[in-house]
Ligand binder design. Structure first.
Ligand code: PLP
Length: 421
């Protein structure tokens, strides 16, 4: 047998024995896994259901249509494109659909919690577009909406981005829209992180305020790795685009064209099938219980960490994640991430707002509860986990302690399946 399967088994063991705190990860169900590992991977299907550039697409047409219909129902939207291979691809399609190279955009600064694709200088978004950004207030760790408006009115970006990778609070989409309207900008929400909580109404909905919305499908939404674009009916006619022949296109046509043939070729129908399965699961009432548990676990973890003297940026969380500022503990994010890995706890180092350390070192770590909730952990386990993290941070160079914490971690996870919902 190919050695790759030994490595896959090794990775399964790693995932099973450890505590997974990476805020952007989750564990999918066996059914999602089955769909993604199916014969659908063999099929080419450039185009969209009913309008393909290849023969034999009757079955994948049904698969993709089901994925679209379920996503529409789940988020209560009128337009969905399930083809983006990843969150970044979904985002690239938005840029292509809405802007011309060189146009100005405004997103949350990467060092304050934004994502690479929201204008980072090392990403296509920062390379091809002019970027201005907003951030959080130093004292509160909360988005500074006044500063955002001030910069927006002065700089007049063509597109405003509401979204984050490392911000633990809900977003005021109505406020973003007010500002976007003042300058005639397109408002795009990237809900890659909180999508599962948004789907269940546990966080503010972006759909009535934002022109377009993108997400990943693999974080709190608990599907296979991938991306998706959504839009409410009201925005369908907002941006008629003229083709070279002079015809006006609907926004949905423009978005579809931006994904294929704009930035992608053949869609990954096996992944789209996995998305359809995950959306079906998310429509079930069980997913609501899951999403509520993700949120309560995050709140319990933030409290348990605070009780142990950790500084949580903004003082808590409304969603599934939190940023821990480690400066008062005398350790940095890089060494903490490394020590936690030795104790079988995975998380990622992360810059905190107004960080004085580089992105390679950082002053913080980001913790999330989506994955450990899927494994069946509850509020009381969050106290145990905060205790284990604290032990690691207090003994960051003590291999004996790290080994003993690892033992406790493995005991806690013993007998727990990856997917327990
Ligand atoms: N947008 C946000 C807000 C994200 O946090 C991420 C991933 O972390 C992405 C987009 C990109 O997703 P992907 O890694 O699938 O390209």
């Amino acid at each position: 047998m190919d050695i790759i399967f030994d490595l896959i088994e090794k990775e399964r063991q790693r995932q099973t024995h450890g505590i997974e705190m990476i805020a952007s990860e989750n564990f999918v169900s066996d059914n999602v896994m089955k769909a993604v590992g199916s014969v659908l991977t063999n099929k080419y299907a450039e185009g969209y259901p009913g309008k393909r550039y290849y023969g034999g697409c009757e079955v994948v047409d049904e698969v993709e249509t089901l994925a679209i219909e379920r996503a529409k129902q789940l988020f209560g939207v009128d337009y969905v494109n399930v083809q983006p291979h990843s969150g970044s691809q979904a985002n690239a399609a938005i840029y292509l659909a809405v802007l011309k190279p060189g146009d100005k955009i405004m997103g949350m600064d990467l060092s304050m919690g934004g994502h690479l694709t929201h204008g980072s200088s090392v990403n296509f978004s920062g390379i091809q577009y002019e970027v201005v950004s907003y951030g959080v207030q130093q004292e509160t760790g909360l988005i500074d909406y006044d500063q955002m408006r001030e910069v927006a009115l002065r700089e007049k970006p063509k597109m405003l981005i509401a979204g984050f990778s490392a911000y633990s609070r809900d977003l005021d989409y109505a406020k973003f829209r007010e500002v976007a309207d003042e300058i005639g900008a397109t408002l795009w929400a990237d809900i890659a992180h909180p999508a599962g909580l948004v789907a269940k109404g546990l966080l503010n909905s972006p759909f009535e305020h934002c022109h377009v919305v993108t997400t990943t499908t693999h974080k709190t939404l608990r599907g296979p790795r991938g991306g998706m674009i959504m839009m409410g009916k009201d925005f369908e006619n907002t941006y008629g685009h003229k083709t070279p022949k002079g015809e006006i296109k609907m926004m949905s046509q423009v978005l579809d064209g931006a994904v294929f043939p704009g930035i992608q070729g053949g869609p990954l129908e096996h992944v789209i099938a996995g998305k359809a399965v995950a959306f079906g699961e998310a429509l079930d009432v069980q997913f609501e219980t899951y999403a509520k548990q993700v949120k309560s676990n995050a709140q319990a973890l933030a409290k348990a960490m605070t009780d142990r003297g950790f500084d949580i940026v903004s003082g808590g969380t409304d969603n599934h994640l939190m940023l821990v500022d480690l400066r008062n503990k005398g350790v940095n994010g890089k060494e903490t991430e490394k020590a936690l890995v030795l104790a079988d706890i995975t998380c990622n180092k992360n810059m905190v707002p107004f960080d004085d350390k580089s992105p390679f070192t950082t002053s913080g770590i980001r913790l999330g509860t989506a994955a450990i909730t899927t494994r069946g952990l509850k509020e009381n386990d969050m106290d145990t986990i905060a205790g284990l993290i604290s032990e690691v941070v207090d003994n960051i160079k003590n291999e004996e302690v790290l080994t003993s914490v690892r033992k406790k971690v493995n005991e806690l996870m013993e007998g727990k399946a990856l997917f327990n919902y």
